[in-house]
Design a protein around this ligand. Sequence first.
Ligand code: PAF
Length: 283
Amino acid sequence: MTTLPLPVVRTVADLRAAVAEWRRQGLSVGFVPTMGALHDGHLSLVREAGAQADRVVTSVFVNPTQFAAHEDLGTYPRQEDRDAQLLASAGCHLLFAPESDAMYPEGFATRIEVGGPSQGMETDFRPHFFGGVAVVVAKLLNQVQADVAVFGEKDYQQLMVVRRLTADLDIPTRIVGAPTGRDGWGLALSSRNAYLSEQERGIARRLNGVLAEAGARARNASPSEAEAWACEALLEAGFDRVDYVAIRRVDDLAPFADAIDAPARILAAAWLGKTRLIDNLPV
Ligand code: PAF
């Protein structure tokens, strides 16, 4: 079966006209924000949005405000034609691909600081990150005005920050978290996996197993002992550096004192060469 080319809009006015036409027809709208370089993990989010709404908008925008000057904004993979084909095959109805100037015109001066779940972990190593994500997600949700937006659990801290942001700012779009897509060895699918050499990929595939084992150990040891064990195990597996391994409460990402006394999640970020991998699992 051939899929029709996906309609692409680049301005908020065109996006809103398309969404308004669906609304006129009584259709509900789902939204999946992405930075492109799509893989099966993204496509599963699009399918989830399609299961929850009649029409699906996906945005592809490599958001400059969530990258620090030394990070990979310039080299982040960009492949709009391929992304559009994949999106059409996954049941997306509209691609919103704005230019950077349209999102951040001359004079743009708004910052959003989300507290709570943004504290620690990613913020300790990428202090600019959630400020940039909060601004672009608030803008995108306001631009699309979808009924439901789907975010991957792979970026679990981001999902919790988005939930906090939308609750605090009364953004009416319902936020849905979708399970992490993994390859046959359990490696979380990520656009940045494209940077890995074959040898690095073999090491990267150990990450989820180490986190699962650390989660199991945390039942009989303190969270900090289990975290320390996981850091060691990742370095032994061949990771070059571990930014963090953290066991946190699932809902607000608060740390535990000495024992896990509420539903928990283990989250980690570690480096292989120039590639930074993140992953998380329920404990
Ligand atoms: O998860 C991502 O790809 C990005 O952080 C997002 C949510 C699209 C915002 O730029």
